[in-house]
Design a binder for this molecule. Structure first.
Ligand SMILES: [Zn+2]
Length: 93
């Protein structure tokens, strides 16, 4: 049914046109579009399933959120335990 062929015209996001445009399939993997060519500017790129890449603004926001999630409460408890362990080897006999 949904099998794609080389040369088929499909919608995809073109980073050069910065919008969804018609693309023709130029390469297939497992009968799915792998590479496509924009019919407007003839730019070849990987098929991106009509997803626009995240903008720089969105990337920054995601980064900040990840940093906040990672920074909460994991850095303080490690040192005292390490020191106690190092002192209990039996070097004095
Ligand atoms: Zn284009």
């Amino acid at each position: 049914m949904g099998e794609q062929r080389l040369g088929d015209i499909i919608d995809d996001y073109c980073v050069k046109c910065r919008r969804i445009t018609n693309h023709s399939i130029v390469s297939l993997i497992n009968s799915e579009a792998a590479k496509v060519r924009c019919r407007t500017c003839y730019h070849d790129h990987d098929y991106r399933h009509e997803q626009a890449p995240p903008s720089k603004k969105e990337l920054k926001k995601a980064e900040a959120e990840a940093a906040m999630a990672a920074g909460n409460g994991s850095a303080s408890a490690a040192n005292p335990a390490l020191k106690a362990k190092a002192d209990t080897s039996g070097e004095n006999a």
